[in-house]
Design a protein around this ligand. Structure first.
Ligand SMILES: [Zn+2]
Length: 459
C-alpha cells in the first residue's frame, strides 16, 4: 500500500510570500509533506506538474450561485463546475436567493442543498437583516453575514426585499447585534438617498440606457460609494464588528481604507475583477451595455486600485460572480435600470489575475495572497489558502507559459456567456484538487456533487 494517495511532481510552488520548486505529497484530504524535487515518495497517483506553477486553490468569499429560487440563471452544480474549472476550491454563496437565508430555518435548508450538490467546498453568507435571528444564524458554521445597502429601482432583482438595509439606524442595530458573534459582516456600500437624487436627474434628462446607468454610479467621482464607506467605517469603529467592505473601486474608498488600517480598525476590503478588467474601460460599456455589469469605474482609478492591491490596502480579491440570462440583460440597451446587474466571473478571474502577474502588473505572490491566503485567514479557514503540511490539499496547477483565449464555448455557468470572451491571458488552470480529490483536469469537471463540504471557521 502506498504511503501517499497522490504526489504532485516537478512544479514550482507559489505562496503568498515566495516561490520554489518542490513536490507535494497528499495523504487523504491533506498535504502531508512538501519535499525537494525528485525525493523518493511512495504515491498512489502521480500528477506531473513539470513546467507548471502550483498554487493554493482560490477562496472566493463572494459568489452568487442563485440557488434556491433563481436556478434559471445558475445553480449550485453549474456554479461549482465553473469554480472547479477556474481553480476555485472554496466558494461562499451570497444570500440574495429565494427564500433568503435570513432565518435559521432557511439557512439550514440551504445548507442541506449545498451538502448534496456542491462539487467544491463552500459556505453561505447569511443575510443579517433580521436582528433576532443573528445569534442563531451565527451558530451554523457560517463565516460571514452580508447586507446590501442597495434598493433596486426599476427592477425586482438582484436586490430584492429581505437582504437589503439602507436605513442607517437599522444598519447600526445590525452592527451591534453581529458584534458579539465575532462573525465578520460583509456590506455592499451604497448611498441610496444620493443615488435616488442622482438617478432622477438622469431620468429627467431622458437618459436611461446602460451608459446613463453606468455614469450615474460614477457620479461625482463615486460619491455613492465614498459616503457609504465613510458611514460603514464609522459604524465599525463604534461597534467593533469585523467589517468586510465589498466592491472597492474608487480612489476615495482606497484613501479611507488606508486611514482606517493605519488606525488599527478591524477591516478587510475586497476588489472584484470587473473593477480592473471590465468597468474601468468606457469602450467596454459602450460595446457591451449591461453585460459589462455595468458600473463605470473611470480609468483614473485603475492604477490606484492596482497600487492598493500591491500594498495590502485591499487585501482580498473575490469574484462577485453574478450570472443573469441574456433576456435579463437585453433591456439595458434602452433602460439600464431594468437590466439585472451582475456578471459572471468565477471561471476566469484566476487566469485573468495570474495573467496580469505574468504581464508585470502585480507580483505572482501577491495574487496568490489576495485570492487564497488572505480570504482564508480573514474568514477563519485555518486549513485553507496555503500550501503547507497539515493544510487541506486544495490546489490549482496552472500554466503560466501559455496564451489562453477566453470564449463563450468554455463557459460552464448556465447562462453560457462571459463578458471576457475574446480576451487572452497568459495563464490557464489545468488541474484543480479539493481536499486531495481531483475535481477538474484535461478540460473536464470530474468532481462529483456532494464532495464539497462546508468550510467552517476554525476547522
Ligand atoms: Zn455581489
Amino acid at each position: 500500500m502506498s504511503q501517499y494517495d497522490t504526489v504532485i511532481r516537478g512544479g514550482t510552488l507559489v505562496t503568498g510570500t515566495g516561490r520554489f520548486k518542490a513536490d507535494i505529497a497528499i495523504a487523504g484530504e491533506h498535504i502531508a509533506a512538501i519535499v525537494a524535487p525528485g525525493t523518493a515518495l511512495d504515491g498512489g497517483r502521480t500528477i506531473d506538474a513539470t513546467g507548471k506553477h502550483v498554487i493554493p486553490g482560490a477562496v472566493d468569499v463572494h459568489s452568487h450561485h442563485r440557488e434556491p429560487g433563481y436556478t434559471h440563471k445558475e445553480d449550485i452544480i453549474t456554479a461549482m463546475s465553473a469554480c472547479a474549472a477556474g481553480g476555485v476550491t472554496t466558494s461562499f454563496a451570497m444570500p440574495n436567493v429565494q427564500p433568503p437565508p435570513n432565518t435559521v430555518e432557511r439557512l439550514d435548508a440551504m445548507i442541506e442543498l449545498y451538502n448534496s450538490k456542491s462539487i467544491i467546498d463552500w459556505n453561505i453568507n447569511a443575510a443579517g437583516t433580521v436582528p433576532e435571528e443573528i445569534p442563531g444564524l451565527a451558530t451554523r458554521g457560517i463565516a460571514a453575514f452580508k447586507v446590501f445597502m442597495v434598493v433596486d429601482t426599476g427592477r425586482s432583482y438582484p436586490h430584492m426585499p429581505g437582504i437589503g438595509i439602507h436605513d442607517h439606524g437599522k444598519l447600526l442595530e445590525i452592527f451591534e447585534t453581529v458584534a458579539p458573534t465575532g462573525v465578520p459582516l460583509m456590506v455592499h456600500p451604497h448611498n441610496q438617498q444620493l443615488m435616488t437624487h442622482i438617478e432622477e436627474g438622469f431620468w429627467k434628462r431622458g437618459e436611461r440606457d446602460a451608459q446613463a446607468y453606468a455614469k450615474a454610479y460614477a457620479a461625482y467621482d463615486g460619491i455613492i460609494w465614498d459616503t457609504a464607506c465613510a458611514l460603514l467605517l464609522r459604524l465599525q469603529l463604534a461597534t467593533g464588528t469585523p467589517l468586510h467592505l465589498l466592491h472597492t473601486q474608487s480612489i476615495g474608498v482606497v484613501e479611507q481604507l488606508r486611514r482606517a488600517r493605519d488606525a488599527g480598525q478591524d477591516i478587510s476590503a475586497e476588489l472584484n475583477p470587473w473593477a480592473l478588467f471590465l468597468g474601468n474601460d468606457w469602450n467596454n460599456i459602450v460595446r457591451m451595455g449591461s453585460y459589462a455589469l455595468s458600473y463605470y469605474i473611470p480609468e483614473k482609478n485603475t492604477q490606484p486600485l492596482w497600487d492598493a492591491l500591491a500594498d495590502g490596502t485591499i487585501d482580498i480579491i473575490s469574484t462577485d460572480h453574478g450570472p443573469h440570462t441574456k433576456e435579463e440583460k437585453e433591456p439595458g440597451w434602452t433602460d439600464g435600470w431594468k437590466a439585472h446587474t451582475g456578471t459572471p466571473s468565477a471561471q476566469f478571474y484566476v487566469p485573468l489575475f495570474l495573467g496580469a502577474a505574468v504581464d508585470g502588473l502585480i507580483s505572482l505572490e501577491r495574487v496568490v495572497d489576495l485570492i487564497a491566503t488572505q480570504p482564508a485567514k480573514r474568514f477563519g479557514l485555518a486549513r485553507k489558502g496555503r500550501l503547507e503540511p497539515g493544510c487541506d490539499a486544495d490546489i490549482a496547477i496552472v500554466n503560466l507559459d501559455t496564451t489562453f483565449e477566453i470564449t463563450d464555448e468554455l463557459v460552464l455557468s448556465r447562462i453560457g456567456y462571459t463578458p471576457y470572451a475574446g480576451r487572452t491571458t497568459h495563464a490557464a488552470v489545468e488541474t484543480t484538487l479539493v481536499r486531495g480529490n481531483v475535481v477538474y483536469e484535461n478540460g473536464k469537471v470530474v468532481g462529483q456533487p456532494g464532495w464539497g463540504r462546508q468550510a467552517r471557521p476554525g476547522a
